[in-house]
Ligand binder design. Structure first.
Ligand SMILES: C[S@@+](CC[C@H](N)C(=O)[O-])C[C@H]1O[C@@H](n2cnc3c(N)ncnc32)[C@H](O)[C@@H]1O
Length: 357
């Protein structure tokens, strides 16, 4: 292993990462609670709301769950009363899911949501900040976007481009995310390796992979966003031979040779793809036998206190996205010929490290 690469696992244990993530989600929920209070949500609800379709976990999308709140009040009515623009419906729905996940709204009998309490169950002074830096500014950035969104039109949705640098840097540099990315680099990276980093974004994994690969290594970076490709290219300039390809991986990887790669990474990518099974088959095709694959920060369907926060995050990004259960991901990996080696979860994010048979 190359001595120059530093890993977050030297600084944090996985359990510290998980603890920090939990406390930061509580902080996000406090921000959400304050926002909904300010907007008058609790005044407009009479005490009982009955959604048509409460928890459609199979879609991983909060929107359907709160389409109708009661016989009297629809989501649209409530948004109008609270002066939230109609095109924020999906985000608003995800915010209500956050309230349900934090226990302010309670699901009863599978079909009724009761307004349990207008008190926030988390107190800011009770939040354990010990490992707080594992999530950095993410709750603040998300809360800021929620507030900024409602009076604006749909073109304020987060894009994969340089205009959202501040938001993306908060996400990509937060240790809860970077920890799994480091594990991905550890899993696939070595000297002289031939690696493909798919959906490389601004190149944080790429940089470490390039340090590992050294001057005889070769990396191919594939990315749909031109801005991110440019940022990534600057980051690894002169480090090792890196080919940059601007492409939508939902169209397959016809430009990548079969059985060529020692390692492939696809971090924070699969949930944005319309054809995830086809993508994983392509990953299997381009890997050498015995080659390694790391996939992660994968949006999971997992009904926990984190689901609302994760749904909210993906609603804010506003790109096509689809969550899967951890079991579905395992199935997809296995059907494409990839053997899962190890996996872990941080909140509703799953990390999967596999190998081609
Ligand atoms: C959450 S970011 C992750 C970036 C990087 N892998 C990391 O972990 O730091 C997701 C990346 O996937 C890219 N992406 C999304 N859909 C894509 C597609 N269909 N084809 C190629 N790249 C895609 C986005 O532009 C973005 O850079």
């Amino acid at each position: 292993m190359c001595a120059k690469v530093s890993y977050l696992s030297d600084k944090y244990t996985l359990s510290q990462i998980m603890d920090g993530y939990r406390e930061a989600v509580k902080l996000l929920y406090i921000h959400i609670f304050e926002y909904m209070t300010e907007k008058g949500f609790f005044e407009h609800l009479s005490g009982e709301i009955t959604p048509n379709d409460i928890r459609d976990w199979s879609s991983g999308n909060a929107y359907q769950r709160f389409e109708h709140l009661s016989d009297g009040i629809t989501l649209n009515d409530l948004m109008e009363k609270m002066n939230i623009s109609k095109d924020r419906k999906q985000i608003f729905s995800a915010i209500i899911q956050c309230l349900a996940d934090m226990g302010v709204l309670e699901v009863k009998n599978g079909s009724t949501v009761l307004l349990k309490s207008a008190k926030c169950p988390f107190c800011i002074c009770e939040i354990d900040t010990k490992y707080f830096d594992v999530v950095g500014n993410v709750p603040k950035e998300i809360a800021k976007l929620v507030k900024r969104f409602d009076p604006l039109s749909s073109d304020s949705t987060v894009k994969f481009d340089g205009n959202f640098n501040r938001f993306w840097n908060a996400i990509f540099l937060a240790p809860y995310y970077a920890y799994g990315r480091d594990e991905a680099v550890k899993w696939v990276g070595f000297e002289d390796a031939t690696i493909a980093d798919l959906g490389c974004g601004p190149g944080y994994a790429l940089e470490k992979l390039a340090v590992h690969a050294g001057k005889h290594g070769r990396i191919t970076a594939v990315e749909v966003s031109k801005d991110f490709l440019d940022i990534a290219a600057k980051r690894v300039n002169g480090m090792c031979k890196v080919d940059f390809i601007k492409s939508d991986v939902d169209n397959g990887l016809p430009f990548l040779e079969s059985s060529k790669y020692d390692g492939v990474t696809a971090i924070g990518l699969l949930h944005f793809l319309r054809k995830p099974e086809q993508f994983l088959s392509e990953v299997n095709r381009i890997l050498k036998p015995g080659g390694k694959f790391a996939m992660g920060n994968q949006y999971l369907i997992k009904p926990t206190m984190y689901q609302g926060a994760t749904d909210l995050y993906f609603s804010i990004i506003g790109q096509y996205s689809k969550a899967h259960t951890s079991e579905q991901i395992r199935q997809m990996l296995s059907s494409s010929g990839l053997n899962l080696n190890y996996t872990f979860e941080v909140g509703n994010y799953g990390w999967f490290y596999a190998r081609k048979e």
